[in-house]
Design a protein around this ligand. Structure first.
Ligand code: FDA
Length: 392
């Protein structure tokens, strides 16, 4: 049986970073992953350029049943701290918008950074390697694998969330937490396109490909971002963001013309106008969407001057208050992250250790902390990994 100070399961963003930092503190670390290719989720992230952090990361951009949990870790290892390492490795990056930092060339640079940091910490690797059993022992943890048995006082679970199972995502960390008596917050897909019943969506399916900036609201979530209509429903950053706030049965409210007083605009345009309603509206909205909307309200082909003020007000209200009820999402197959996970009320927010299971740590996406789209999820991986690495 091989002895280590720290065993880390899951060599993704959080696992590699934690293993590296713990190793650099002089701990003997073993890092295990069942995948054949390293860092697949990092590789495909940010459209291949990895949106590795967000300069504005703060607890306000994270969802959790225990919203204050992430505060300490985020404050102790900030986006600037991670950026220092990015600079140290000579990785070129750029800010896309809203504080989102991407690699200039490719996500591979972040995988290389993590691997180099692990080398610096003399981390041992087993990959691909399957863990078959985890057993608590006096003073630590033992894990049985297809490559032997390993023991250490600290076991860090960094097996991520359930999004994109085809590249190795599993619910292994959740099952282990449950086995060890830790509570879970039900997992569900987040940052995911939303879908509608076929008959409800049929009229809009022909608009697939239309995109526009909207204000989208659902429960406490509110985002001004781009919306994309698809064959099966809605996608684009606005929907991915709001999907984290949406649960089955909830309504979405879409303002297709954010921060405009459309009723006032139409009533003013009506004065002395000989224009078609379609002409006026399609200066503000995509033409295909406008045509369909007017057709569905029996207003296609009407001159603006012919339409009553009341109807114009109703039309404006409908476009700025479009109520939609999705019937599902594209699921973990297409989601970027998982909402829910190990209930943070059972974990110590300074160290990420399970309060009732000394030496057992949970970091990264397996924990019930879910960031907005825009680099926040990687920042949580780095910050939670740092917190655990100081404690193991
Ligand atoms: P991560 O998923 O990175 O790693 C988990 C590791 O555990 C994997 O290597 C897996 O193989 C391993 N594992 C799982 N089960 C195991 C088992 N039973 N035994 C051994 N190993 C096991 N975020 C962001 O901030 N910016 C972005 O640009 C993007 N873009 C993006 C695009 C797409 C398409 C997706 C799917 C996701 C993103 N994300 C993102 C989210 C981000 O990728 C995610 O939040 C982090 O990778 C989470 O890091 P973890 O280390 O927790 O899990």
């Amino acid at each position: 049986m091989a002895q280590y100070d720290v065993l880390v399961i899951g060599a993704g963003a959080a696992g590699m970073y934690c293993a590296a930092l713990a190793g650099q503190r002089g701990r003997r670390v073993l890092l295990i992953d069942h995948a054949t290719r390293l860092g697949e989720k990092i590789r495909i992230s940010g459209g291949g350029r990895c949106n590795f952090t967000n300069l504005h990361a703060s607890p306000a951009q994270y969802l959790s049943d225990n919203p204050h949990y992430c505060r300490s870790a985020l404050a102790r290892h900030t986006p600037q701290d991670f950026l220092k390492r990015v600079r140290h490795h000579g990785i070129r990056w750029f800010e896309k918008h809203k504080g989102q930092l991407f690699c200039e060339d490719s996500s591979q640079r972040i995988i290389d950074l993590l691997q180099a940091e692990c080398d610096d910490g003399r981390v041992d690797w087993r990959m691909p390697c399957t863990v078959t059993a985890v057993t608590p022992e006096a003073g630590g943890w033992a894990i049985a694998t297809d490559q032997g048995t390993f023991e250490a006082p600290s076991l860090v679970v960094a097996t991520g969330g359930m999004a994109i199972p085809k590249i190795g995502a599993t619910d292994w960390g959740l099952r282990l937490a449950k086995q060890q008596g830790l509570p879970l917050v039900s997992p569900r897909p987040a940052l995911v396109p939303l879908t509608f019943a076929r008959e409800d969506w049929a009229p809009f399916a022909e608009l697939a490909g239309v995109a526009l900036e909207v204000m989208l609201r659902c429960n406490e979530g509110e985002f001004r971002e781009d919306l994309l209509l698809t064959h099966r429903g809605l996608s684009g950053p606005a929907i991915l963001q709001i999907s984290s706030y949406w649960q089955h049965g909830d309504e979405l409210v879409v303002d297709l013309l954010p921060e405009q007083d459309l009723a006032a605009l139409l009533l003013e345009a009506k004065q002395g106008s000989r224009q078609q309603l379609l002409t006026v509206l399609s200066q503000l909205l995509p033409r295909r969407l406008t045509e369909l909307w007017l057709q569905r309200h029996d207003l296609l082909g009407r001159a603006l001057a012919e339409v009553s003020d009341k109807t114009l007000r109703q039309l404006a209200h409908g476009l700025q208050h479009w109520v939609l009820r999705p019937d599902g999402s594209e699921g973990f197959r297409k989601a970027e992250v998982m909402r829910g996970g190990v209930d943070t009320r059972a974990l110590d927010s300074r160290t990420m250790m399970a309060r009732e299971r000394p030496g057992l740590y949970f970091i990264g996406e397996v924990v019930d902390v879910t960031g907005w789209l825009g680099g926040y999820n990687f920042q949580w991986a780095w910050s939670s990994a740092f917190a655990a690495a100081q404690a193991v």
